[in-house]
Design a protein around this ligand. Sequence first.
Ligand code: NAD
Ligand code: GLY
Length: 372
Amino acid sequence: MMKTLAAISRVDIDLQDRSYPIAIGPSLFDDPLSYAALPCASSALIVSNSTVAPLYAHRLESALRGKYSHIHQVVLPDGEEFKTWETLNLIFDALLQNGCDRKTVLFALGGGVVGDMTGFAAASYMRGVPFVQIPTTLLAQVDSSVGGKTGINHPLGKNMIGAFYQPLLVVCDLDTLKTLPTRELSAGLAEVIKYGPIADLVFFDWIEAHIDALLSRDPASLAHAVKRCCEIKASVVAQDERESGLRAILNFGHTFGHAIEAGLGYGQWLHGEAVGCGMVMAACLSERLGLVDSARVRRLKTLIQNAGLPVTGPVLDVTDNAGRYLELMRLDKKSLGGDIRFVVIDGPARASLRGAPDALVREVIDACCLRV
Ligand code: NAD
Ligand code: GLY
C-alpha cells in the first residue's frame, strides 16, 4: 500500500559517526522500506515480550524477510520487574543458541523495558552488535528509544547497570499506540509533559490545550507530540550524549520517581506514573527553593492530573517516610558523594541540577505524600 509521505516525519540525532534517524508516522514498522538503509547481515533477532510479540512480531518478521536469511525471535516476560540480569541472559541465550555473529541486527519491539534491555544486550554481545529500536509505547516513542541509554535494574536501584549505546534507527509507528492500554498512554504522557517545563513553554501550552485529544489518541495530536519530544531530546542528546551536564535535565521528576518505583517494588507504579508524581515533587522543591512561582507549579500539577496520573506520592515507610525517600534517592545516579542532586525548574523552560538541604526535602515529601 502507498503511504502519503506527508504523514511521515523524520528527526535526526546528530552524533557524528553514531548519528541516526527517527522515523515517525503510521504503518512504518511492518514496511520493508523502513529498513532498506540498514547494513546487510545474514541474521536478525527480534526481541519482544509476551504481550507485544503476539500483536506485532509476525508482521515485523514478514517485513524483514527479504533482508535477512535468518530471523530469530526471543520473547521476554512482560514487566518492569523482569528488567533483570536473568531476563537479559535470555537474549544472550537466543543469540548464542542461534549462532548469531557480530553483524546480527537486534530489533527491539516493545516499550522501554524491551528497548533498554535489547540495547544493553546489543552493547555487550560480542562487544557490540547493531540494533534498531521499534518503540510501541508512547513513553518509548518520546523518550526511552532515543538517545542510547540502555540497561537493567538492580534490586537496590533503578537502571543502575547499563551502557550508552546508540541504535542504528528508531521507527516510531504511531499505529502501534492503538493497542496500548489507557493506563500506559497516561504514563507516556508524563514524559511528554516533562519536556514543557525543562525546554519549551509553547509546547507546554500546546499539551494543556490538547490533553483530551492526546488521551483520545487523536492521530495528528500524537504525531505532533512524538515529533516535538524527539526534536527536544535530539537537541539535548546531541549536546551532551553521555550526561556530563545538560542531559540531566531530562531526568526532571526522576529522582523522586525512581525512589517511588524502587520503594514500592518495581512494577507497582508504572515508570511514567512515578515520574509524573516525581515532577510534582520536584516542582514543589523548586518553589520552596524560590526558583519558580506557585502558579507555574499549580499548572504543572493540574496538567499531570488531567493526564490521568497520580499527583500525591505513596507512603514508602510508615515510621519515617521522608527518611526512606531520602535513603532511596541517595542511590540515584546523579548523587555525588552521597549528596542527592535534583533537577529543579529555575526559569521559564529552564532546568538545572542542584542539591537541597535534607530538611527542605523532608518538607516537600511530607507536603506531597499521602498522610500515614
Ligand atoms: P514497558 O516497556 O513496561 O511497556 C508498558 C506495557 O505496555 C507493557 O506491559 C508492554 O508489554 C505493553 N505494551 C507495549 N507496547 C504495547 C502496545 N503497542 N500495545 C499493547 N501493549 C503494549 O514500559 P514503558 O513505559 O514503555 O517504558 C518504561 C521503561 O523505560 C522503564 O524501565 C524506564 O526505566 C525506561 N526508560 C528508559 C529511558 C531511556 O532513556 N533509556 C527513558 C525513559 C524510560
Ligand atoms: N530519559 C533520560 C535520558 O535519556 O537522558
